[in-house]
Write a protein that binds this ligand. Structure first.
Ligand code: CAO
Length: 532
């Protein structure tokens, strides 16, 4: 077991930096390259990585301490002899980038009043191409000298490119996601300070540093290829690469996170607190439901109007997100020949209906569904909380999706196994009417075991309804239409009803779903089957 002292690497001329984050505790096991300490000057953030895998034996500094190149910060124990973090013997990538950035800052002079300048990518310290991960300002923004214009990221460093002078941003020449190399023009701005020459020329200037503070380069341990695409953001974000990476992994727009670090820098704990807070908010607002909308300011492109979503739409959104994100669902399509059914419905049946009762194809579909659920009970089941058991329900309650002016409601026809076609027609019309008149009691929408969503009165050939958790399947019904169907000798015009069965693939296999859908089609194709 050997002990290694981790020291502050070469700070490229900066005398002192502040310890702003200690990412490990004594006793922690760390991987080589894992961030252990974060340092910050007023211009740069630097993550000090572990030089090897091992255990943290002692932490020699506290948050707020000022440290310099070579200051011991951590003692680590390693089973294997490792190199120590000798700041002066080898140049780390960080050092190179720090120095490169430092050269760049020092080399960039101020610009002449109202002169237009191009801002270029500085010396990248050996990195070929780096990605633009953030445009920090909006075109037309007033800019102070040293304000971050944009953020570049390689597999080892994040670098903010500061404005060479105060002035106004005229244009960006790049977009988020673009790869840029040293010397590429990234922005144009008009300067308003006394100056000697534009930044594009200045970048080739090798004059010794006048300003020894580097722009923020920091090390990250994960290759850029493994980082998901950065969320686009127009706001300025003050955060290190590890925090930016965490934000991307969690899908957090860092412009919405308040930083509690020095100079409002966003820390990992801020991102974690942000996510926790979002998850803990009351279950009403769209943002609390995992319904992630856009934080983009669309008014930049034209007139907009913000209309609050009503309660029904917010609850629907929550349920949709919950079902869509938790259920691996597949949709099986089929079609039923309802030529005979429709002839009967519009003919003999119409003459036998009680006064005022109107029967649509939906009543037959409801009846066919109950019979299919009885034959295939797994479609009338739910998974238990830990997914270890299937709960078979011995009651049949059918939900019907009803379009109302306020949004989608799903009243439930209870004890559907005890009902006939006329019951279904009457009850679905009554429930749809109550739903539209806002007279549906809360328990009228509870206890459903399977749902039918019919768009047949509107049109369309197929759709993919979303399974409503904890149910495991839903049947979508589209508009029946005349189709040429081959009868073995010739094509016959038949009235075909398209159905779309979405199902929870954890509970139902594809073959079962195909059989279930086929069975419904058979029942609808010959109404006599419904008597069996
Ligand atoms: N194919 C062809 N015609 C159909 C049909 C079908 N599959 N289903 C209904 N029709 C006909 C009806 O026979 C009726 O014709 P007539 O006016 O000539 O009698 C007409 O279309 C209108 O029917 P309807 O929609 O009023 O009645 P319904 O019983 O079929 O449906 C209800 C009732 C409440 C389901 C429906 O009004 C509704 O709200 N549908 C929208 C559901 C929805 O939004 N689903 C999406 C949820 S997201 O997955």
């Amino acid at each position: 077991m050997s002990q290694t002292q981790v020291t502050v690497p070469d700070l490229g001329g900066i005398e002192e930096v502040e310890v702003i984050e200690i990412s490990i505790s004594v006793g922690d096991t760390v991987e080589a390259e894992q961030e252990i300490i974060v340092l910050e000057s007023d211009k740069a953030t630097m993550e000090v990585p572990a030089p090897m895998a091992g255990t943290v034996a002692a932490i020699l500094v506290s948050v707020g301490d000022k440290v310099s190149s070579g200051t011991p910060v951590v003692e680590m124990e390693s089973a294997v002899e490792q190199r120590t973090a000798e700041p002066d013997t080898k140049k780390t990538t960080t050092d190179v980038v720090v120095e490169a950035a430092q050269e760049k800052v020092s080399a960039e002079p101020e610009v002449a009043p109202d002169s237009e300048v191009e801002v270029c990518v500085p010396d990248l310290g050996g990195a070929d191409a780096v990605e633009v991960i953030e445009l920090s300002l909006k075109v037309g923004d007033a800019v102070e000298a040293e304000d971050s214009l944009l953020v570049l990221e390689s597999d080892k460093a994040t670098m903010e490119i500061p404005a060479p002078s105060s002035g106004k941003l005229l244009a960006y020449s790049v977009s988020v996601g673009d790869k840029v190399s040293e010397g590429d023009v990234i922005a144009r701005m008009v300067g308003q300070q006394n100056a000697s020459k534009p930044a594009a020329e200045a970048k080739q200037d090798n004059a010794p540093p006048a300003n020894t503070e580097p722009v923020p380069p920091t090390t990250i341990s994960k290759p850029i290829e493994s980082i998901p695409a950065a969320p686009t953001s127009s706001g300025k974000v003050h955060a290190g690469p590890a925090v930016r990476q965490l934000g991307r992994e969690l899908g957090v727009d860092l412009t919405l996170v308040s930083g509690t670090g020095p100079r409002n820098r966003i820390l990992k704990s801020d991102v974690q607190a942000f996510v926790k807070n979002r998850l803990q908010q009351p279950s009403s607002g769209a943002q609390t439901m995992g319904v992630v909308g856009s934080s983009e300011d669309f008014s930049r492109f034209g007139a907009i109007e913000n209309v609050p979503l009503n309660k029904i739409k917010q609850v629907t959104a929550k349920n949709m997100v919950q079902s869509w994100s938790t259920i691996p669902q597949v949709t099986q399509f089929d079609s039923a020949d309802i030529t005979q059914l429709e002839a009967y419905r519009k003919g003999d049946m119409a003459t036998m209906l009680p006064e005022g009762v109107k029967v649509s194809p939906l009543a037959f579909v409801l009846k066919a569904c109950v019979l299919a659920l009885q034959k295939f009970p797994q479609f009338n089941s739910s998974l238990n909380a830990d997914g270890s058991e299937l709960i078979f329900k011995q009651f049949y309650n059918l939900g019907i999706a009803v379009e109302t002016p306020d949004g989608l409601l799903v009243p439930v026809i209870k004890e559907a196994d005890k009902k006939g076609i006329i019951d279904f027609a009457q009850e679905s019309a009554e429930l749809a009417g109550k739903a539209r008149d806002k007279k549906l009691p809360m328990d009228g929408m509870m206890g459903g075991t399977f749902t039918i969503s019919s768009l047949g009165g509107i049109g369309g050939t197929a759709f993919t309804p979303i399974v409503s958790a904890p149910q495991v399947a839903i049947l979508g019904v589209s508009k029946a239409s005349m189709q040429p169907v081959w009868n073995g000798n010739s094509f016959e015009p038949r009235l075909m009803l398209p159905i779309s069965l979405s199902y929870d693939h954890r509970v139902i296999d594809g073959a079962e779903a195909a059989r279930f859908a086929r069975y419904i089609c058979q029942l609808l194709s010959d109404t006599r089957h419904m008597l069996l």
